[in-house]
Design a protein around this ligand. Structure first.
Ligand SMILES: O=C(CO)[C@H](O)[C@H](O)COP(=O)(O)O
Ligand SMILES: [Co+2]
Length: 218
């Protein structure tokens, strides 16, 4: 059964506590936290102080998606802030193997994210060490973009690779997921679904979250 990780990127940050409560009531399984540095991606979002505050008001696991250059510089800070999963971009570091080991040395789950144009083969020599693979289905940096259709095949191939090797890896899909395409994405083999704008565009966050949960649980 697939799980839901709402992205707070599209939340109203002045109402963060009540918005998180609504996501929890709607059945969210994780919270997806998009950290952007204005360098690896063109946008700036938020960092450790916000994550530390969120950790105090929720029991949901924090799924931290680092869209930052040289993420090795900040892994300990995100662990200390309360991250349960830390996902780095394979394209953002020269020493991907070392970063994965660093994340795992803190007892935190390690993920690698791939941009739409990055080949799955780039994970060949690290895949056995991963807890999660995040397939980007939009170019990272902004919420509210459209799902790139070519990524459907990448999701399918990633699922096949994980299953062929009998690996215990969560397959997460992030970007452009909406009520009308989420079923297809789950059927392609995704385990963890990120949804940002298509939840927060609805004034009833709890209902919208539960609608996604109903679809992905069936
Ligand atoms: O990593 C991201 C963007 O880089 C976000 O997690 C993602 O875009 C979610 O937002 P939406 O569902 O609106 O596409
Ligand atoms: Co994300």
């Amino acid at each position: 059964m697939a799980k839901l990780s709402p992205s707070l990127l599209s939340a109203n940050f002045a109402e963060l506590k009540s918005e998180i409560e609504k996501l929890e009531k709607g059945g969210a399984d994780y919270l997806h936290l998009d950290v952007m540095d204005g360098n690896y991606v063109p946008n700036i979002s938020f960092g450790t102080p916000i994550i530390k505050s969120i950790k105090k008001i929720t029991t949901l696991p924090l799924d931290v998606h680092l869209m930052i250059d040289k993420p090795e510089r900040y892994i300990k800070d995100f662990v200390d802030a309360g991250a349960d999963i830390i996902t780095v971009h394979g394209e953002a570091t020269i020493h991907l193997h070392r970063v994965i080991q660093l994340i795992k040395s803190f007892g935190v789950k390690a993920g690698v994210s791939l941009n739409p144009s990055t080949n799955l083969n780039s994970l060949e020599y690290v895949i056995d060490d991963l807890d999660l693979i995040l397939i980007m289905s939009v170019n990272p940096g902004f919420g509210g973009q459209s799902f790139i259709p070519a990524i459907k095949n990448k999701i399918k191939l990633t699922r096949e690779l994980i299953d062929e090797k009998s690996l215990n890896i969560i397959l997460e899909v992030d970007g452009g997921v909406k009520l009308d395409n989420v079923k297809e994405i789950v059927d392609l083999g995704a385990d963890l679904i990120v949804v940002g704008s298509d939840i927060f565009k609805d004034s009833n966050l709890e209902l919208r979250t539960s609608q996604f949960k109903t679809i992905i649980s069936n």
